[in-house]
Design a protein. Structure first.
Length: 450
């Protein structure tokens, strides 16, 4: 089943087409913002993607950008494009409440790095999207646009659902285990989690600093590349980042591969959690790819990656959320309190040993990436599960997040009743452009006439 189609045809355009119309003056930013706000007014009581909207502020930004372009001044690569921000990303003067009542009314003094980059690129901050409690597992108010009785995933639930429902063309989220790739799969949009350290995280709620990664959502791969391209960079406030040339994601994602890519199909240790429709879908995918896809088995140590990722997450979360636990434990969910308690019980030597494992696992993956352009594997065990009590299972995401590898979810499969199922592609660390180019090739290959 598909989400309710937008009444305004503007909202059905792909991101680059919107960008080009805005830059050329065929479409005004004010028109696009009004179309988004109208869509939100009609649909968000059902979807619940937004934690905070300021329509007047969005319109003021749009009018200023329209005036800027009308004066013949140069425009940025995101000129006039509205963007939704996960409600753990600081925005100066706009409340950022981190999905918890503990931070109700919290208004930051400064923008996060990614928000500064958005403004420099000419984007419009449309509002803050719903996240789970402190970006962990306790669900927020968002529902899946394809079926409101099903989860949209988490923790970047509002960002994924808002893009899927055509309420905004672009959105930003974060992933600590599976919080970009899984909701993108459930909601049927493109979700891109870059290499660890590619996008600075200063001004964003820290949960597990050795895992936390900023990611993006778009309706198409080109849109994801366009948004991410503007966010990559170095920030002295984030030690995970480094000085590096601009990634050039947009031209790379749109380029024709010099030779036909080959993919490594990896079942992962989580394969037993995949439902029948996902197994059947990947069997058909492998048949369609033929000689362009080989099945590759991972060695036994990879089976421990999910457990080790969770160990690191919980240990670091216990430290990061100590202030919440100490001063407002009675206002946190029981699940979050239990997770903090579990993290506090993890021994230092177990945590430090777990921190060593990404290097070992990445060394084991070098042989795969030396032969194949990308790994292809499920983005989630199946379509969005029924019920709103859980955000779903991140079992197909933890390994790649733990290793710091770039991953992208593309909505290429669906269940018999039309629910989206994402295909996840994973690349070598730092090969983000090549990964997006391979994902674009796969999308084109599967959509080409037989």
């Amino acid at each position: 089943m598909a989400a309710d189609p937008p009444a305004d045809p503007i909202l059905g355009l792909e991101t680059v087409a919107l960008r080009d119309r805005l830059a050329g003056g065929a479409l005004r930013a004010a028109e696009l913002v009004d179309a988004c706000l109208d869509r939100i007014a009609r649909r968000d009581t059902e979807v619940g993607a937004w934690a905070r909207l300021d329509a007047d502020y969005a319109r003021r930004q749009a009018r200023a950008l329209d005036d800027h372009r009308a004066r013949g001044r140069p425009v940025g690569p995101l000129h006039g494009l509205p963007v939704g921000l996960k409600d753990i990303i600081d925005t100066a003067g706009m409340a950022t409440e981190n999905g918890t009542v503990v931070d109700a009314g919290r208004v930051p003094d400064a923008d996060a790095f990614v928000v500064r980059r958005l403004r420099q690129a000419g984007a419009i901050v449309l509002g803050k999207t719903v996240t789970t409690e402190l970006a962990f597992r306790h669900p927020g108010a968002t529902r899946n646009p394809h079926d409101p009785s099903r989860t949209p995933g988490g923790s970047s639930s509002g960002s994924a659902a808002a893009v899927a429902d055509r309420q905004v063309p672009l959105a930003i989220g974060t992933q600590t285990v599976g919080s970009v790739i899984r909701p993108a799969s459930y909601c049927g949009v493109v979700g891109f989690k870059p290499s660890f350290g590619a996008i600075p995280r200063s001004g964003i709620l820290a949960q597990a600093p050795t895992l936390d990664t900023v990611g993006v959502f778009a309706g198409d791969l080109a849109g994801a590349a366009l948004l991410a391209d503007c966010l990559f960079g170095h920030d002295a406030a984030d030690p995970a980042t480094r000085l590096a040339p601009a990634p050039g994601l947009v031209p790379c994602a749109g380029a024709v591969p010099p030779v036909r890519p080959t993919l490594a199909f990896v079942r992962q240790p989580a394969w037993d959690t995949a439902d029948d429709v996902t197994r059947d879908g990947f069997a058909e995918l492998r048949d369609a790819l033929g000689e362009a896809c080989d099945e590759v088995d991972l060695s036994a140590p990879f089976a421990e990656a999910g457990r080790l990722c969770e160990l690191v997450q919980l240990a670091e979360m216990a430290k990061s959320y100590h202030r919440y636990d100490r001063h407002a434990r009675d206002r946190l969910s029981p699940a979050l309190c239990d997770a903090i308690d579990e993290g506090r019980r993890i021994l230092a030597h177990d945590y430090l040993a777990a921190r060593d494992w990404p290097g070992v696992l990445n060394a084991g993956l070098e042989a795969v990436f030396g032969r194949y352009d990308a790994i292809v594997t499920p983005a989630a065990p199946g379509p969005a599960p029924a019920g709103l009590e859980s955000t779903g299972n991140p079992a197909f995401n933890g390994l790649w997040t733990f290793c710091g590898l770039p991953a992208v979810a593309v909505p290429l499969l669906q269940s018999e009743d039309g629910l989206p199922i994402g295909v996840q592609l994973v690349g070598r660390h730092g090969d983000d452009g090549r990964l997006l180019r391979t994902a674009a090739w796969l999308t084109g290959f599967l959509s080409a006439p037989a």
